[in-house]
Design a protein around this ligand. Structure first.
Ligand code: TXE
Length: 481
C-alpha cells in the first residue's frame, strides 16, 4: 500500500489528526493506499513554513529561483517513467498519454517559467514632466495553488511554477482523487535539496484542506482549477478577504465545422477534441456544430472514427481511452446519458458502461459516445459532462453557428474548422471564448493567455499573465526637477 504524506517545511508527515482518505485505482477499482486527511492544523503548519521560507526566497534573485526550477524539472525528467505510471494509475489515463503529454508538459512548465522570470521586466515612464516613474513588482508572499484530478501534475505545476518563479512560497493542494504525482514531486524536491518551506504540499479533501488554504489569513492569493461550483465558493470566500483569485473552471466548448473545411483534418480534430483523456479536459470540444450541407457525411465519419477508439487497460500501449477517474464521476456521466435519452437524444454510438475482461474487469470504463437530435438549449447541451460524450448539432449559416457556439453559460475554448480565412477571423472575433483554435485543437504556446470568460472563470494563466497575477505592482515617483 502507498502511504502518501504531506510535505511541509521540507519534512514528510501525516495529518495532525492521524486521519486518512483512501486512494483508489479507477482502472481496477481497488484501494492501493491512503493520503492524509489534512485540515486547519496542517495548513497552519504549512503556511507558517512558507512564511518563514519567504524571508529568503522572496528576496532571492530571479537567477537563483530559475536555477531551482530547472533543477526540479531535471529531477522529474530523471524519473519520467515513474511519474507516468503513477499518473496513469491514479487517474486511469493511458500510460502512453501520461508519458508523452502530462509529464513532459509538467517538466516544460517548470522550464518555461524558469526562463520567463529571467526575461521579465517592469515599466518606467521617463517623460513625465519633472518626475520619473518606475514600477516594482513584488511577490505576494504565501500563495495557495489548488488543482483538479484530470491533468494532475500538469495543472499543479502550471500554477506552482509561476508562483515560485515570481518569488512566492506555495501551499499547494492536489486533488484528493489523484495525489500521487504531487507526492512524487515532493520526493523530488527532497532529493534535490529544494529550499525547505518554499513549496509545501498538503493533501486532503476540498472542503477541509482546500477551504483551510483559501480562508487562511496569511495566504495572499489563490490560483484554482476545478469545477465551476467550487470556483464560486472559493471566489466568495476570497472576495470576503480581498484576496487575489484566479479561477480556471469548466467548459462546454464548441467544435465548429464549416462545409469548406478540410474534412479529414476536421474529423480527426473533432475526435481528439472530444475524447482525449476520456473527455476529461476543460478544453474538450463536447458540442460538435456541423454545417447542414455536410452534416450527414461528417456524422457518419465521426461515428466510424469514435466507434474505433480502443477503450482498454491504461497500462497497455495500444489503449487509446482508459478509465474514468472515479466511480462517482462514472455515475455522473451515466446520469447525464439518462438525461440525454429523456431529452430525446439519439445515441449514435457508445452510451454504456464498458466491462473489460481480466485485470480491469471491475474498472470504471465508459464507451465513447456521440448523440444527435437534441435542442441546443437542453440540459445535455448546456451542462458540462466532463466525460467521453459529445453531441452533434447542425447549423445553416455562420451567424447561426456563432449563436449556437455562444449559447451556453461557459466561454472557455472553441475550435473552428474552415479553409476561408475571412470566416476564421470573423467567427474567431465573435466567439465568447478565452481561446479559439482555427483548424487545430490544443496546440499551446505557454506565453499566450489561458483562461475563460463567463462561467469558465476569471483571470488568465500563462506566461507574463501568470507572473503578473503572482506579483503586486508598486509605482515609485521621483521628483527630477
Ligand atoms: O472538482 P472540484 P470535482 C469540473 C467537471 C467535474 C466537476 C466537479 O465538470 O465534473 O468540475 O469535479 C478542491 N475549497 N471539473 O468535484 O471539487 C478539490 O479538493 C477549496 C473541471 O472533482 O472543483 C480539488 O483539489 N478547494 C475542471 C479541486 O478543488 C476545494 C477539472 C477541484 O475539485 C473545495 C476538474 C473548497 N470548498 C473538474 N472543494 C477543469 N476546469 O479542468 C473542492 N476543492
Amino acid at each position: 500500500m502507498t502511504r502518501i504524506e504531506n510535505y511541509i517545511g521540507g519534512q514528510f508527515s501525516g495529518a495532525e489528526s492521524g486521519d486518512t482518505l483512501p486512494l483508489i485505482d479507477p482502472s481496477i477499482n481497488e484501494e492501493y493506499g491512503s493520503i492524509p486527511a489534512s485540515g486547519d492544523d496542517d495548513v497552519e503548519r504549512a503556511v507558517h513554513a512558507a512564511s518563514r521560507a519567504f524571508e529568503s526566497w522572496g528576496g532571492s534573485t530571479p537567477t537563483f529561483r530559475s536555477g531551482w526550477l530547472n533543477r526540479l524539472a531535471d529531477g522529474i525528467e530523471s524519473r519520467l517513467e515513474q511519474f507516468a505510471e503513477a499518473e496513469s494509475r491514479d487517474n486511469g489515463k493511458p500510460v502512453s498519454l501520461a508519458r508523452t503529454v502530462d509529464i513532459p508538459r509538467a517538466i516544460a512548465n517548470f522550464r518555461f517559467f524558469a526562463g520567463a522570470i529571467l526575461h521579465d521586466s517592469s515599466d518606467a515612464y521617463t517623460d513625465t514632466p519633472g518626475a520619473l516613474n518606475y514600477t516594482l513588482r513584488h511577490p505576494l508572499g504565501v500563495v495557495g495553488c489548488i488543482s483538479p484530478w484530470n491533468l494532475p501534475l500538469y495543472l499543479f505545476s502550471w500554477k506552482i511554477a509561476p508562483a515560485l518563479a515570481a518569488g512566492n512560497c506555495v501551499v499547494g493542494k492536489p486533488s484528493e482523487v489523484t495525489p500521487l504525482t504531487a507526492y512524487l514531486l515532493a520526493q523530488t524536491c527532497d532529493e534535490i535539496g529544494f529550499p525547505e518551506g518554499v513549496l509545501n504540499i498538503v493533501h486532503g479533501s476540498g472542503p477541509s484542506a482546500g477551504a483551510a488554504i483559501v480562508t487562511h489569513k496569511d495566504v495572499r492569493a489563490i490560483s484554482f482549477t476545478g469545477g465551476t461550483a467550487t470556483g464560486r465558493v472559493i471566489a466568495k470566500s476570497a472576495g470576503e478577504a480581498l484576496k487575489k483569485v484566479s479561477l480556471e473552471l469548466g467548459g462546454k466548448n464548441p467544435t465548429i465545422i464549416f462545409a469548406d473545411a478540410n474534412l479529414d483534418e476536421a474529423i480527426d480534430g473533432a475526435v481528439r477534441a472530444g475524447f482525449s483523456n476520456q473527455g476529461q479536459i476543460c478544453l474538450c470540444g463536447s458540442r460538435i456544430l456541423i454545417e447542414r450541407s455536410i452534416y450527414d457525411e461528417v456524422r457518419d465519419r465521426l461515428v466510424e472514427a469514435v466507434s474505433a477508439i480502443k477503450v482498454g487497460d491504461p497500462l497497455l500501449e495500444d489503449t487509446q481511452m482508459g478509465a474514468i477517474v472515479s466511480e462517482d464521476h462514472l455515475n455522473k456521466i451515466i446520469h447525464h446519458l439518462s438525461i440525454a435519452r429523456s431529452e430525446g437524444g439519439v445515441i449514435l454510438c457508445g452510451g454504456e458502461r464498458v466491462s473489460l475482461e481480466g485485470r480491469c474487469e471491475n474498472g470504471f470504463f465508459f464507451s465513447p459516445t456521440l448523440i444527435e437530435g437534441l435542442e441546443a438549449s437542453c440540459q445535455t447541451n448546456q451542462e458540462e459532462i466532463f466525460g467521453p460524450v459529445a453531441t452533434l448539432l447542425p447549423f445553416d449559416d455562420e451567424s447561426k453557428a456563432i449563436q449556437l457556439a455562444n449559447s451556453t453559460p461557459y466561454g472557455l475554448a472553441a475550435s473552428v474548422w474552415t479553409t476561408n480565412l475571412e470566416t476564421a477571423h470573423r467567427v474567431g472575433h465573435e466567439l465568447q471564448s478565452g481561446i479559439v483554435w482555427v483548424n487545430c485543437w490544443m496546440p499551446r504556446d505557454l506565453r499566450t493567455p489561458f483562461g475563460g470568460s463567463k462561467d469558465s472563470g476569471m483571470g488568465r494563466e500563462g506566461g507574463f499573465h501568470a507572473l503578473r497575477f503572482f506579483t503586486e505592482s508598486k509605482n515609485i515617483t521621483i521628483k527630477t526637477a
